[in-house]
Ligand binder design. Sequence first.
Ligand code: PEP
Length: 259
Amino acid sequence: MKTSVRRLLIAGNWKMNKTSSEAAELVEEISLAVGKQLDVGVAVCPPFTSMESVAHTIEDSNIQLGAQNMHPAPAGAYTGEISAEMLRHLFASFVILGHSERRTCFSESNAFINRKVRAALESSLKPILCVGESLAERERGDTVGVVGAQVRACLDEISGEGSESIVVSYEPIWAIGTGKTATPAMAQEVHGEIRRMLTETLGASIADRIRILYGGSMKPDNAGELLDQPDIDGGLIGGASLEARSFIRIVELALERAQ
Ligand code: PEP
């Protein structure tokens, strides 16, 4: 049992997978199993093209909807992009920002991600801000420096009311989709550092309420011991969220630890 002010959150990042009908089927199964309870927050982040069918399917459940990205501008000549307001109109509650795949494949900088975090908060979307080090950075002993710089830069000029709705997801890049997971002790060490940085930048009362998720090959086999760590407040799940049974099992493991 975790004694924390923070409700655990299990969020699925479906990446570029599932057509809109496949997405509706997957979320339906998740919703039937864990969509009525409120002890653990459950969110799914499908591709933009499936958000409407998923929103419709979860209308009567407590599952929340998230997007995987957005542009910081409110509107304009940004071909192929989507604004925070558009996501709100699709009933999104969360938006994943700064995922390492976006940083790597689309060269997103901390400064650009910071603009997105601020725009999301202005539209009352909860950002799930992803941070994490590469294998080379970890091997150089730079993990805390790299993650700290990302947290500070991405949260620059953010303070006060509403910022407790930010979710940070620590995702060591070397653990994403590789089957390699940070050990619970390794993850807790970084989560503890992130909490300290949040305390420095946003103050203790907000930092205590911000959820810090772990992401990187989390699955039913390792989720329990990761969720047992005091500063691990849930998971951002990639591969294992595409299969209803494994995602549901991770939510059940979180429920066993919820207050
Ligand atoms: C992710 O990409 O956010 C992620 C955690 O992926 P996986 O669970 O597949 O490592």
